[in-house]
Design a protein around this ligand. Sequence first.
Ligand code: CTP
Length: 430
Amino acid sequence: MRIVLGVSGGVAAYKAVLLLRLLREEGHRVRVVPTASALRFVGAPTWEALSGEPATDQVFEDVEHVPHVALGQGADLVVVAPATADLLSRAATGRADDLLTSTLLTARCPVVMAPAMHTEMWEHPATVANVATLRARGVHVIEPASGRLTGADTGPGRLPEPEDIARVALGIATGADVADPPPGGGPASAQDLAGLRVVVSAGGTREPIDPVRFIGNRSSGRQGVALARAARARGAHVTLVAANLDAQVLEDGAPTAHAGTVPAPGMEVVPVETTAQLREAVRAAAATADVVVMAAAVADFRPASAPDAKIKKVPGQGPAPIVLVENPDVLAELAHERLRADQVVVGFAAETGDGHGSVLDHGREKARRKGADLLVVNAVGDGRGFGVDVNDVTVVDGAGDVVATASGTKRDVADAVWDAVVTRTGAGSR
Ligand code: CTP
């Protein structure tokens, strides 16, 4: 998601630094737009270093890109934290006297403001009226917390904790947790998957050897979860078949997660462990799905049998061999059977390249062999692909022709995959 983080001039600007980190760690692109007084509290180098993007209050910089219009137009979410009494006043009266207020006038995405000020300022009739005006226009103004303010005083006016602001703002942007949908407000991000039912498998399957041991793989589930979240943000109904996701993946940007089960609001999650369970869950959901994305690393083989009791080591005897049998290929089955007409089936191929061909050669061959409509090919090994938050992929079609390439965070890659799906289905034009 592209997020504009507006910061106005209050001591609580330091908390916006933490908010920026949270949003970045979740894989969002964040452009910080501070006001001139915010820059007196926290300087541009801090914002720029943590966001990787320029941070200025000026409309006369970088004018060839028309930033006072482009930033708001291109944002999927605008969060202003802290929003001072002055910023609320300028926003309520439609001023456009710096980059942040201009951005607020051009944004058509959800806008969330987290006010912070002294209690007297918050309770002043002018501020009360400004907040009412903004809310009537669809801006989501978060109630400030009560507690210790800048000096010795306490009362309502304290900036909520960054985690809470992130939770509310992202919940609104993904279309969930919205207490008061903005009247006439724009969608969270391009809703080009609205009305589609999608199934995403994520993580890696585990095949039991006995009750305590298994054969598994190094997939964390990051890419699959990013795909599921992106689809949700773009309006799809999402079923996530979650195979042994890393606990960290669930915590990252899972503001409303119920420990370990719900990686994003408004998503159906089916936890599975083995390939057999994954196959059953994916096929059940695929029966009514428009798109199936097999991002999970599925074990090709499983132990032929797994005793109910732990296998004991017998001193002096070598290890008993583990006999493996082949698992069904869930992706190939779906691609060949076509449980639903017009269903788009997307696979992933994690490749290393070898003496027989490059990463892309193997990907192309796999696309043809598996019969998927799209295959997302990525290079793994040497620290690439698994467990990290960046990815670099080539999307090929069923004939092995390249239809897209993408690199960046797993969320960027997820959006590129959905773009390829939209191109294929024409979903966005319905
Ligand atoms: N896949 C599947 N069922 C399997 C194995 C893989 O559905 N039993 C899916 C994966 O979810 C992925 C795609 O197939 O979308 C490619 O997985 P990969 O392991 O790269 O393919 P393999 O067929 O196992 O090929 P390889 O010989 O490279 O292991």
